[in-house]
Write a protein that binds this ligand. Structure first.
Ligand SMILES: Nc1ncnc2c1ncn2[C@@H]1O[C@H](COP(=O)(O)OP(=O)(O)OP(=O)(O)O)[C@@H](O)[C@H]1O
Ligand SMILES: [Mg+2]
Length: 466
């Protein structure tokens, strides 16, 4: 099967012939054009995945061709070919939406890596677009817990994206699990046996961040006594995770761009260029494309770090995960604090399921940790939860009955609670092997109420007695 379809546009016959031959030998379908006009005649929507465009051509130059191609078929990725001296213009092309550039004379090994990577990324991006949540029984993935359709989609995305070397940007509110996703990407990639190097960009001042990233030579600045290896160099062969990348200063952004473009770096105060092979994963809880529009983040760097995006939905949009997460954290803090809290009462669970969770999973984790340490009677009940949780609930139940749960059918809050209640009762009965009196006790409900609820949800405890 062909790896993809590529259009080569170059006025030099020798490079057309060469590329035609080698691309075909790499199992790629090729067509060639000797100038922009000819290319635009050949081009049709959906006909090519990739175009290799020479920058300097008589008539339409590479940048003009790029702009016209993007109008006909915005999905075509464009790689600019340029003589070594004209890299500035190539960078200009990247700002205009080119994927990458390669320098002439062509280094075929390099060309092969760039083209194959681009085609593979393209294929995966397309698969992601068509990703439908197939029946997926998972309730966890690596260290991530959750079984809502929205989180399962994230699991599937990670699996797909991990196999490429493409730079991934993880977006999502605070506490949604961006770092967990970054780790999962590394663990599911071919780099899993190499290092995963996280770097929190926001907490470090500019100069400190730069010396962490690039390292330094002795004498680079006052206090630089010994050589220090930077994180980029340290991560060689593995994955570098730049957390909160929106907070990187403009000067450092430019240096990072160079690392990604040239795949090399220089220690501060040094003059030796060091080749590095890293996979970059970045995260931000700010909307990075908005930061680009506001002028706070470089457009060209944004293209480089955001070849593929994973967006984590806030917890309030996947409320179905709350019970399973709450149980997971209960087990965790029982173990950690040597406590023996047996469960969470139904009323407390319903409260947790209705809360807005501005701090997302991290906030839920903190609240369960607090409840476990406060608890004295072996059961987490509403009075083990902070007061603001109950207050917040009364506000939302009054103001809106709709929630944007991940169900396509936009379930109402009431439906979500019903689901939570049912899931809760079933999992309780399962874990207690159908022991109704114990289940009633742990749910904090009177026997009669417990039976009523079983009846309402058509749950037969006998089924769990095997
Ligand atoms: N799906 C999940 N399953 C289990 N634990 C989770 C999940 N999502 C998040 N957590 C836990 O919640 C906490 C916050 O997660 P993480 O640090 O990955 O969030 P974040 O998106 O990076 O947040 P921030 O933007 O504030 O840095 C961690 O303790 C993490 O283990
Ligand atoms: Mg984080």
């Amino acid at each position: 099967m062909s790896q993809g379809r590529v259009l080569v546009i170059d006025d030099e016959e020798i490079s057309r012939v060469l590329l035609n031959k080698v691309l075909a030998s790499w199992n790629i379908e090729v067509e060639v054009a000797s100038n922009g006009q000819e290319a635009l005649r050949i081009l049709q929507p959906d006909r090519f995945e990739l175009a290799l465009v020479d920058l300097k051509m008589p008539g339409l130059d590479g940048i003009q061709v790029l702009e016209k191609i993007k109008k006909i078929d915005p999905a075509v990725d464009i790689i600019i070919m340029t003589a070594f001296g004209t890299i500035e213009t190539a960078i200009e092309a990247i700002k205009k939406g080119a994927l990458d550039y390669i320098t002439k004379p062509l280094d075929l090994d390099n060309v092969k890596i760039i083209i194959e990577q681009a085609l593979k990324t393209k294929k995966i991006a397309r698969e992601i677009e068509n990703l439908k949540t197939y029946p997926d029984q998972r309730t966890s993935f690596n260290d991530m817990i959750g079984s809502s359709p929205a989180i399962k989609k994230v699991y599937q995305l990670i699996e797909k994206v991990a196999t490429t070397d493409a730079s991934v940007l993880i977006q999502g509110e605070t506490g949604t699990g961006k770092e967990l996703v970054a780790r999962a990407l590394h663990l599911n990639s071919s780099r899993r046996d190499k290092k995963f190097v996280p770097l929190p960009c926001a907490t470090l001042a500019e100069t400190l961040l730069e010396s962490e990233l690039f390292g330094y030579e002795p004498g680079a600045f006052t206090g630089a006594v010994k050589r220090k290896i930077g994180m980029i160099e340290f991560a060689d062969g593995g994955t570098l995770f730049l957390d909160e990348i929106a907070d990187v200063s403009p000067a450092t952004q430019m240096k990072l761009l160079r690392v990604l473009q040239e795949k090399e770096c220089t220690r501060l105060g040094g003059n030796q260029t060091i080749k590095v092979n890293i996979r970059l994963v970045s995260a931000s809880n700010k909307n990075l494309s908005e930061e680009v529009e506001k002028g706070n983040f470089r457009n060209d760097l944004f293209y480089r770090i955001n070849v593929l995006t994973i967006t984590l939905p806030p917890l309030r949009d996947r409320r179905r995960d709350i019970p399973i997460l709450a149980q997971h954290f209960l087990d965790k803090f029982n173990r950690k604090n040597k406590k023996k809290v047996k469960g969470i009462s139904l009323q407390a669970m319903v409260m947790l399921s209705q809360f807005q969770w501005p701090g997302n999973v991290r906030q839920l984790e903190n609240i369960i940790e607090r409840a476990v340490s406060l608890d004295t009677d072996g059961l987490i009940t509403p009075d083990d939860l902070p007061e603001h949780i109950a207050q917040d609930i009364s506000v939302i139940t009054k103001s809106s009955s709709r929630s944007s749960d991940d169900d396509p059918s936009q379930s109402t809050l009431k439906q979500v609670i019903e689901t939570v209640e049912k899931d809760y009762l079933v999992s309780l009965l399962k874990s207690l092997k159908g022991n109704v009196s114990e289940a009633a006790r742990r749910s904090g409900l009177a026997h009669a109420t417990f039976y009523e609820k079983l009846k309402k949800h058509k749950i037969n405890p006998a089924e769990y007695r095997s």
